[in-house]
Every structure is written in C-alpha cells, then in structure tokens.
Ligand binder design. Structure first.
Ligand SMILES: Nc1ncnc2c1ncn2[C@@H]1O[C@H](COP(=O)(O)OP(=O)(O)OP(=O)(O)O)[C@@H](O)[C@H]1O
Length: 257
C-alpha cells in the first residue's frame, strides 16, 4: 500500500530523514516510535503531502506520490496529481484543527460536500454513522468550543474518516489531552484498528498503546529505522542496543511498556 525507498528530507542544512526504506501492507497497523526530534512527524507530513521531499521515492497504492514518470525522467508531481493522491489518505493531528465556527456535524460534512460533491443528505447520513462510531451522536449540533479535548479529537477522527481514506495517519493524537481524556480516544482508535481493514500509521509516545494497536512497530532514531518487528519483539525482546536504551528511558519516566 505504501512503499518508501531511500527517502531523504532536509530542512536547510539539517538532515531529518536520511535514506529511509520501509513498506506498509494494505490493512497493516504500524506504530512509529522513537526519541523526540527523530523525524516521525515529518514522515507522516510527507505522506500527507504537507512537506516536499529532498530525495527518494514514495509509492502509495502503486503510484508515485511526489514524482511522475515523463519520457523516462522523474519530474515533480503537479497539484492535480497531489490532489488525486491525497484522496487515499486521511490524517488526524495532535491539535485537532477543527473549524471553530462550524458545528460538529458541519466539521464532518464539509469536505465530502466540497471535494467529492456529495449531497447534504448523504453527507449528513454518513456523519451520523461516524458520530455514533466515536460515541458522539448527541453532539452533532454543538460547536467545538463546547467540547472537551477528547471529544474534539474524536470529532477530528470522524472528520478524517468521512472521506473514506484507505490510509489513516495519526500524529500523537493523545499528547495534547489531559490524562483522564486519553482513554476515550484510545478506545475509539483500537476499535477502528480491529474493526476496519484500513491501513494505519500511528506516531505515539505511549508505548502501551503502540503495543495494543500495532501489528508492527518501527523504532526510529536520527532519521533512520533502527529496528522493526512485532510489538512483542520490540517491547519485550529488542534486538538493538539503541532500542533498549530508549525503552529504559521510557520506563524510568514512569511508562509501562
Ligand atoms: N518546518 C521545519 N523547519 C525546520 N526544521 C523542522 C521543520 N519541521 C521539523 N523540523 C525539525 O526536524 C526534526 C524532526 O522533527 P519531527 O517533528 O519530525 O520529529 P518527531 O520525531 O516527530 O519529534 P516529536 O516526537 O518531538 O514530535 C526536528 O529537529 C525538528 O526541529
């Protein structure tokens, strides 16, 4: 579903991603973990086409994301191509990014109506189903300012799902929440992971969540994959010293892994 080959990304002289290779199969749930500043968010932003790349190649659903072949040469993808490719992917951000002057329902229906030309009736129906799935049927007419952080994040998840993406990207979706609100968002995401065949990539600092959610975990440091494997391997029997050092620090900070 996603193939990343020799990906490089620099911001000016700072190299953030340095020759990255990985694949994500259709339906796979992948967690990206690693120290702060190691480039995890940048990878999701690149997949969402919010950042350009400095080198390498990414394929999504068999098509290059950023570059298209023209007479045998690679040329940068144009806006129309990026627009088409973005339809495969939905993203949920750390800071919800809801439209503050729209109701919960309008937040969810806006994109399907504007970008897919869906009728209001169809968009409302689908939004109703999604609100039920995230446990917020009673909040359709509320404004975002009337919701808790956990509720806002569940609306953001419903909004991303409204475009029926095949791939969902979650960037530290619980790290801006008060601790007592984290669980309600994790429950929704675990349900999504177990009940749908969407391909999902999750960046998280919560190791127990990565462990419950993912089929496979990538431990990532300084723009490179250090170790990749099922959660039991990465958390219980890591093969690399850098992974062990990272996990020791996490445990010392009070987390269960
Ligand atoms: N737009 C930008 N301009 C310059 N530097 C950037 C930009 N975006 C990210 N960086 C830098 O790239 C590096 C990787 O950032 P990124 O946010 O991808 O890391 P991360 O692993 O997600 O970190 P965290 O876990 O703290 O969110 C950091 O050094 C960051 O300062």
């Amino acid at each position: 579903m996603i193939r990343v080959q020799d990906l490089r990304k620099s911001f000016g002289t700072l190299t953030v991603i340095d020759g990255l290779n990985f694949e994500v199969k259709k339906g796979e749930k992948l967690a990206l973990i690693g120290p702060s500043g190691s480039g995890k968010t940048t990878i999701l932003r690149i997949l969402m086409t919010l950042e350009t790349i400095s080198g390498g190649r990414i394929e999504v659903a068999g098509e290059p994301l950023y570059h298209m072949q023209k007479n045998g040469a690679e040329v940068p993808a144009n806006e129309a191509h990026l627009h088409k490719m973005r339809r495969h992917i939905g993203m949920v951000f750390q800071h919800f990014n809801l439209f503050p002057h729209k109701t919960v329902l309008q937040n969810i229906t806006l994109a399907p109506m504007l970008t897919k030309g869906e009728s209001r009736a169809n968009a409302d129906k689908r939004a109703g189903e999604l609100l039920e799935m995230v446990g917020l049927s009673d909040k359709a007419g509320h404004m975002p300012s009337q919701l808790s952080g956990g509720q806002k994040q569940r609306v953001a998840i419903a909004r991303a799902l409204a475009l029926n993406p095949e791939i969902m990207l979650f960037d530290e979706v619980t790290s801006a929440l008060d601790p007592e609100l984290v669980e309600e968002v994790l429950i929704v995401m675990k349900r999504l992971a177990s009940e749908t065949d969407m391909t999902m990539l999750l960046v998280t600092h919560e190791m127990s969540f990565a462990s419950d959610f993912a089929d496979r975990v990538l431990f990532f440091d300084k723009g490179k994959i250090v170790e990749s494997g099922p959660p039991e391997q990465i958390f219980k029997n890591p093969q690399e010293e850098r992974t062990r050092t990272f996990l020791r620090k996490i445990i010392a900070a009070g987390q269960h892994v």
